[in-house]
Design a protein around this ligand. Structure first.
Ligand code: GLV
Ligand code: GLV
Length: 323
């Protein structure tokens, strides 16, 4: 008898094949996020759950099925899951680090360049028929080459983003709990306090996970500490930035521009952002390439399978449940 798995949304084909080869799988084939009650109904009688960052897997969901043997998240971030509750119940929680690192760093750079050089604004300008010829003062942005990049959170994605800055001749400052030897030795990056990073950096890029300590890490005070010419980029999690304070800082040109892939109340976007030209808005596309989403699907599937094979999954966030 195959173990039974519930999947909350269809994944790339290779992942679906891997899952259906091993599990007796049931999945949501509709192109929408399931409600909590639908997830509870879906996991009833199942052995495994494969979920997305858009699914809130809280204590109520987890406790609704005392036989659940694994929660495999199709994401590197796992702030959508009550890991404490899962750990108390002895349920392994898995995620997909590593496979999406470079893809997400690429997107952070797409936002850096778009915000600095007013790419989306320029695109809207041309489409609106406003381009009447080259102008010496038309849509001037800020340079990226030779500037200072501030990486908030030097984990895998922060490091991959910083590496790309080498080609732009940038000085790199970073904040992190511990010293990143790779960043310091390979990139000559310098670990500083957040206040120093904010006042020195021309581009601030956020790469911390969402935790109680990082919620609203960047608020009114932090935005006020940034240079008026600076750019803020967030490809991590929306609630790390106080979105209302950001709208105010952008509106009053307290900072020059921002590039956002994530939002405080996703998928809702602060209406103030829509009115601003100096912000680039993307719909959470950090890992959205064919190659990477396929790797994530395979990794999430393999993580879940490992638990039934009594092997240690490649990525488990609460390894203490296995001991
Ligand atoms: C994407 O946001 C992820 O955490 O994988
Ligand atoms: C995610 O993989 C990170 O550690 O940045």
């Amino acid at each position: 008898m195959k173990p039974k798995l519930f999947l909350t949304r269809e994944l790339p084909e290779e992942g679906m094949k891997k899952l259906s080869g091993y599990f007796d799988m049931e999945y949501n084939s509709e192109d929408r996020v399931l409600s909590k009650q639908e997830i509870i109904a879906g996991i009833s009688g199942k052995d495994a759950l494969l979920c997305l960052l858009t699914d809130t897997i809280d204590r109520e969901v987890i406790e609704s099925n005392p036989n659940l043997k694994v929660i495999s998240n199709y994401a590197v971030g796992y702030n959508n899951i009550d890991v404490k509750a899962a750990t108390e119940l002895g349920i392994p929680v898995c995620n997909t680090p590593g496979v999406l690192t470079e893809t997400t760093a690429d997107l952070a750079w797409a936002l850096i360049m778009a915000a600095a050089r007013r790419i989306t604004e320029g695109d809207r300008f041309v489409r609106a028929g406003k381009f009447k010829g080259w102008g010496p003062l038309m849509l001037l942005g800020g340079d990226v080459f030779g500037k200072t990049l501030g990486i908030v959170g030097m984990g895998r994605i922060g490091l991959a983003t910083a590496r790309r800055a080498k080609g732009f001749g940038m000085r790199i400052l970073y904040t992190n709990r511990s010293v990143s030897r790779e960043a310091e030795e390979e990139l000559r990056a310098k670990k500083v306090e957040l206040s120093e990073l904010l006042s020195e950096a021309d581009i601030v890029s956020i790469h911390v996970p969402l935790t109680e300590e990082t919620r609203h890490l960047i608020g009114e005070k932090e935005l006020a500490a940034m240079k008026p010419s600076a750019i803020l980029v967030n490809t991590a999690r929306g609630p790390v930035v106080d979105e209302s304070a950001l709208v105010e800082a952008l509106r009053s040109n307290r900072i020059r521009a921002a590039g956002l892939d994530v939002y405080e109340n996703e998928p809702e976007v602060h209406p103030g952002l829509f009115e601003l030209e100096n912000v680039v808005l993307l719909p959470h596309l950090g890992s959205a390439t064919i190659e990477t989403r396929t790797k994530m699907a395979l990794m999430a599937a393999e993580n879940a399978i490992a638990v039934f094979e009594r092997k240690t999954p490649a990525a488990i966030v609460n390894p203490e449940v296995l001991s």
